[in-house]
Structures are given as structure tokens and as C-alpha cells.
Design a protein around this ligand. Structure first.
Ligand code: ZN
Length: 337
């Protein structure tokens, strides 16, 4: 199975997150991607270099204002001589403040609050280049599948499934999974489905494709009602004909998780192609979620998804335990094949 890679994905070094007012070490680090690549190479996977793609597929899902802000955010922040060595929002354009969409503020330090929805997703030198490269990695995987490869894996970071049309957060900047799905939809000329098995709800993807039955979305994730990110979204009640949310209790292991993966996979049936948003942070031992899935569970999830026998693009999302992230991805892909 081919996997797509770009060295530019390593250029984003978030350094820290501001979590609940506290500066904590970043967990979405370049070593995640290199750990996955090492495991894939050891397993005999074939590396394919990412090809540069134009902005059209990106602008098919994201507002131009968000894309253009992210492209220049670090340069304007650095030029303003601000004391923080990363772009951090301090005031948010909250929906309770205004009826009309807010205008671009004059102050450089107010601008991130127009697009960011949390304080954890910092921008520094290389963030844009890495996020844009991740989109190219995902689109190159789409190219491979559109050209007849049964399955292709996009080994990219930063992740993307928390990014909506014009708002970024959750350690994500551009929605790689969504860009891939929209482009795959265009290329295969029929409905596609997204199954998101990251431990956290794919809120950005849900917002982007809400009520679009030609790009159905299903997400298996830890219950936001139990206190987990993204807190405001991911509830079962948001489900409709085009979107299925399957929230799980903290502590859920293979049996409950795989039952939900089966249900999400059934929701995807009837599509002409599949995008898997592969987060391996549902694994027992991952520091970012309380789910307890095993490596065997991930392999079985791959088998279940592979049972659809659809052309499949797999896009890397979360997974934060550097010791296991590579083997977990390899297990999932082995099951899929
Ligand atoms: Zn996650």
C-alpha cells in the first residue's frame, strides 16, 4: 500500500498549548509523523512524495479569508514585534457580541480571535507551510486512488478534522480529510463517505458537510457530554440523514468501540468511495483520550472498513503516544488491506 509523505509537514513546531490558562508542552509534534513513517517503512509500505496542488480543492471547503489569514498569520505577528513567540488569540469574535459577521480588526493581536476558537492551536514559523503540505499529502493520496490504487494513506500533520469552513482549533489548521473527501467526490462523480475513528468528534468535518448527503460523515468518539473536547459538539442528537455521531463513554474498549465502527461503516455503505479519518488516539495509553482500544481493535477496525471494498483514502488525524502511534497505524492499514 502506498503512503504519501512531505518533509514540509515537519515544519510546524507548536512548542506549547495554552490549555485552561496554562502553558503546557505541545503534544502535536513533528515526531508523530516520523514515528509513523518509520513503522510504515519497516512494514514494507511504499513511500510516494506529495505533489503540489493548486488552491482550488482547498477553497472548495474553506473560506478564502481563513486561508489567507493562516498564510500570513506568522509573518504579521512577527513583524508586529509581539512578546509571544507564537500567535495566540486573546479576544474572540463571540457570536453573542454581534448580529452581523465581524469585520477584520485593525490590531494584529486581535486578528486570531476572528478565526481561532481555542487557545491551544498556536501558529509559528512553518505552521502554514506544514498545514498546506498536509493538504497536498491528502490530495496526492486522492490522486492515487482516483487513478486506481485501492487504498492510499496520507501520512500528514498537523491534523485537520476540527477545522470548520472559517474557524480553526483543536491543533488543526486546514481540514485535510474534508479537502480529500470533496476532491474525491468530484473525481469519482458519485457520493463519498467519511468515517472518522479519531477519539475526538470530527466537528469541523461535520460543520462542513452538514446536510450534504453526497458527502456523508460518521464519527466514533468519546462523549463530549462526559467532558471531552470539542465539548460543544459531537452529540448523538446532531445526527441526521447526512451525519452520524456515535459518542462513547470514557473507558470504552474494543467491544463497544468496534460496534460503533461497524455502525459508522454501515452508514457509509452505498458510497462510491471512502475517506477514513484515522486518529489512533482512542488507543489505551494515549494521553489525549480515555478510550481503551487495543492494537487488535485497530486491526479489526481496518478489516471492518475494508469490508466495504470501496476505493479508500486514509488521512492521518490524532494519536499522541509516540511509542505506539506507528504500530497502531500499521495495524489499521493491515486490516484494511
Ligand atoms: Zn483526536
Amino acid at each position: 500500500m502506498p503512503f504519501v509523505w512531505s518533509d514540509d509537514c515537519l515544519r510546524h513546531e507548536p512548542a506549547a498549548e495554552i490549555w485552561v490558562g496554562t502553558r503546557t508542552p505541545a503534544t502535536e509534534v513533528p515526531a508523530r509523523a516520523t514515528a509513523i513513517r518509520e513503522a510504515l517503512v519497516a512494514a514494507g509500505a511504499r513511500q510516494v512524495g506529495a505533489a503540489a496542488h493548486p488552491d482550488e480543492p482547498l477553497l472548495a471547503v474553506h473560506d478564502e479569508a481563513l486561508v489567507s489569514y493562516l498564510r500570513g498569520a506568522w509573518e504579521e505577528w512577527a513583524a508586529a514585534g509581539l512578546p509571544s513567540h507564537r500567535v495566540v488569540p486573546y479576544m474572540f469574535a463571540h457570536r453573542g457580541l454581534m448580529d452581523e459577521p465581524p469585520a477584520e480588526p485593525a490590531a494584529v493581536w486581535a486578528r486570531p480571535g476572528l478565526y481561532a476558537y481555542d487557545t491551544m492551536t498556536l501558529i509559528g514559523p512553518g505552521t502554514w507551510e506544514a498545514a498546506r503540505a498536509a493538504v497536498d499529502v491528502a490530495l496526492t493520496a486522492v490522486d492515487l486512488v482516483a487513478d486506481g490504487e485501492p487504498v492510499a494513506y496520507a501520512c500528514c500533520r498537523p491534523p485537520g478534522h476540527h477545522v470548520a469552513r472559517s474557524a480553526y482549533g483543536g491543533s488543526c489548521y486546514l481540514n485535510n480529510t474534508a479537502v480529500a473527501a470533496a476532491e474525491l467526490r468530484r473525481r469519482v462523480g458519485g457520493p463519498v463517505a467519511i468515517v472518522d475513528i479519531d477519539a475526538h468528534h470530527g466537528n469541523g468535518t461535520q460543520e462542513l458537510f452538514r446536510r450534504r448527503e453526497d458527502i456523508r460523515t460518521a464519527s466514533v468518539h468519546v462523549d463530549p457530554g462526559a467532558g471531552w473536547f470539542p465539548h460543544f459538539l459531537g452529540f448523538a442528537g446532531e445526527s441526521d440523514a447526512a451525519n452520524l455521531n456515535l459518542p462513547l463513554a470514557p473507558g470504552t474498549g474494543d467491544d463497544g468501540w468496534l460496534a460503533a465502527v461497524r455502525e459508522a461503516t454501515a452508514f457509509a455503505s452505498g458510497a462510491r468511495a471512502l475517506v477514513v479519518a484515522l486518529g489512533v488516539d482512542a488507543a489505551a495509553g494515549d494521553p489525549e483520550s480515555p478510550l481503551e482500544v487495543t492494537a487488535d481493535g485497530y486491526r479489526e477496525a481496518g478489516r471492518i472498513l475494508g469490508g466495504l471494498a470501496l476505493p479508500t483514502v486514509v488521512v492521518q488525524e490524532g494519536g499522541y503516544d509516540l511509542a505506539t502511534i506507528g504500530p497502531l497505524v500499521v495495524e489499521t492499514l493491515a486490516g484494511l488491506r
